[in-house]
Design a binder for this molecule. Structure first.
Ligand code: AMP
Ligand code: MG
Length: 411
C-alpha cells in the first residue's frame, strides 16, 4: 500500500475481507426452545412464524356508529328503523339486521348478520326508533374485513427475527401464545493484563482499572445474550489458556481483551498462534490494531485490543455480526445514514477508520475532539460512529459522511 498509515512488511487484512471470512465461518448454534410470548421479547425466532388465526378473525366495525345492509338503502336522504340492542367489542349481537333496519354498533364489534356497512355516529341524527342521514356511504364503509391485516396461516415474521415489542403485538394478535426461539447464546468475557484491577478496589498508579469487562458484559446483555464472566487473567500463557478452557466449556463464544498484539506479554495471540487457531489477524482498522480472531476448542474467540475504545469499536464491528449470527439471527451490518460532516479531516489510505461521533443541533455529524484512543470519555460522549472508507479521503464541513448510530448496533 502506498501512502499508507500502516507499517510496511506485513499483510493487512481489509475490514471487508475479515467480515467475509467471519461470515463464511459462522453457523447458528442449533438448539431451539419454546418460550411464552410474554417472555419472548429480544429472542431470535428459530422458524418462520405463521398466523394461527386471521386478524381480524371476522369482519368488524372500525368506528362507533350504526350498522346496516348497504343494498337496502334507497335514494338519499335516508331513514332506517333502529333495532333495540347493540353490538359491542366482546359482546356480539346474536340476531340479524333485516333490510331497512340499523343496529347501534361500537368499534371492534363483530358485524352482525345482515350488516355490511357502518355509518359513523357523527353523521347520524337518531330519534327514538330510527336514524336519519343525508349522504349515502360507500358499501362496506368503516368496516374491517376478516383477514384484512393477516390471513390465517400467513407468514407473519421470518426465521432469525429478533423479536421487537411490536412483533409481540403481531404474534399475539395472530393467535400465538408460545414461540420457538433459539437458545440464548452464552458468551464468555475475559480481561488480560498484569496491570488490571477490579473496578472499585484500591489500585496503585501503575495499575489500571478493568474498564473492558463491565462494558463488554453489558453489551452482551443488551444483545440478549448470557454473559459469562471469566474475570481477569495475568499475562501468562498458562493463565490465559486455562481461562480460555473455562470459557470454551461454559460458553458458545469468547471475548478477550488485551494481549492480542505481537509483544512479549501478548499471550492471547501467542496461545491462539501456538494452537494453530489464529484465523484472522492484523486487520486494517483504526482503532483496532491488534485484533485476533480465532478458535479455542472450536469456539470462536475474539481477541480484542486492550484499549477500551478499540475494544468497543471492534466488538461492534466484528464481534456483533458474528455473535448475532451464532445466536440465530441473519448476518447484519448496520447500513448507517449519510449525513453532512460538522468537522474537517484528512485521512490516509490503507485502513478503515471509525470516529466517535454524535449529531449536533442541526443534525450534522460532529466527532470527538481527540482521536486518541485512550480517551474513554469520548466513548461516553459519542452516540455513534463515523465510518471512513479504506482509501484516502479529505473531508470538509458539509461533506457527506457515513454515520452509524449506536442504536443500530443494539446499544
Ligand atoms: P494490550 O492490548 O494488552 O497491549 O493493552 C493496551 C492498553 O490497554 C494498555 O494500556 C492496557 O493497560 C490497556 N488495557 C488492557 N486491558 C484493559 C482493560 N480491561 N481495561 C482498561 N484498560 C485495559
Ligand atoms: Mg496487555
Amino acid at each position: 500500500m502506498s501512502n499508507s498509515s500502516l507499517p510496511p512488511g506485513v499483510a493487512w487484512v481489509p475490514v471487508e475481507t475479515a467480515l467475509d471470512r467471519l461470515r463464511a465461518a459462522t453457523r447458528p448454534v442449533p438448539e431451539v426452545e419454546t418460550v411464552p410470548l410474554l417472555q419472548a421479547g429480544g429472542r431470535v425466532l428459530a422458524a418462520p412464524l405463521h398466523a394461527a388465526r386471521a386478524n381480524p378473525p371476522a369482519a368488524n366495525a372500525a368506528v362507533d356508529g350504526y350498522g346496516f345492509a348497504h343494498a337496502s338503502l334507497g335514494p338519499a336522504p335516508h331513514a332506517l328503523a333502529l333495532l333495540s340492542g347493540r353490538a359491542a367489542a366482546g359482546a356480539p349481537y346474536t340476531g340479524a339486521v333485516p333490510p331497512g333496519y340499523a343496529l347501534r354498533i361500537l368499534t371492534g364489534a363483530l358485524l352482525p348478520a345482515g350488516a355490511d356497512t357502518v355509518l359513523i355516529e357523527e353523521l347520524v341524527t337518531p330519534d327514538a326508533d330510527a336514524i336519519h342521514f343525508e349522504r349515502t356511504p360507500r358499501p362496506r364503509a368503516n368496516t374491517r374485513p376478516a383477514g384484512e391485516d393477516v390471513g390465517e396461516g400467513a407468514e407473519i415474521l421470518p426465521e432469525g427475527r429478533r423479536l421487537a415489542p411490536q412483533d409481540l403485538a403481531l404474534a399475539a394478535a395472530a393467535g400465538l401464545g408460545a414461540l420457538a426461539v433459539c437458545r440464548r447464546l452464552r458468551v464468555a468475557v475475559l480481561s488480560t493484563g498484569d496491570e488490571l484491577r477490579a473496578p472499585g478496589t484500591p489500585a496503585a498508579p501503575h495499575q489500571t482499572y478493568d474498564a473492558n469487562r463491565p462494558m463488554l458484559l453489558d453489551i452482551l446483555r443488551r444483545w440478549d445474550m448470557i454473559p459469562v464472566d471469566l474475570g481477569h487473567a495475568p499475562d501468562s500463557a498458562e493463565a490465559v489458556s486455562a481461562a480460555l478452557d473455562r470459557g470454551a466449556a461454559e460458553a458458545d463464544a469468547i471475548l478477550t481483551s488485551g494481549g492480542a498484539s505481537a509483544g512479549d506479554e501478548d499471550h492471547v495471540s501467542a496461545v491462539l498462534k501456538a494452537r494453530g487457531a489464529l484465523e484472522t489477524w492484523r486487520i486494517a482498522v483504526k482503532p483496532g490494531r491488534p485484533l485476533a480472531i480465532g478458535r479455542w476448542q472450536g469456539r470462536p474467540v475474539f481477541g480484542l485490543p486492550g484499549n477500551p475504545v478499540a475494544a468497543f469499536v471492534c466488538t461492534l464491528v466484528f464481534a456483533r455480526p458474528a455473535l448475532l449470527r451464532l445466536a440465530g439471527a441473519p448476518w447484519d451490518i448496520p447500513r448507517g445514514l449519510t449525513l453532512p460532516a460538522a468537522f474537517a479531516k484528512a485521512k490516509h489510505g490503507g485502513r478503515r477508520e471509525y470516529l466517535r461521533a454524535r449529531l449536533d443541533a442541526s443534525g450534522a455529524v460532529e466527532v470527538f475532539a481527540s482521536e486518541g484512543s485512550g480517551r474513554i470519555s469520548g466513548l461516553a460522549w459519542a452516540r455513534g460512529l463515523v465510518e471512513l472508507e479504506d482509501g484516502p479521503r479529505t473531508i470538509r464541513p458539509g461533506d457527506p459522511v457515513r454515520y452509524l448510530p449506536f442504536a443500530d448496533f443494539g446499544l
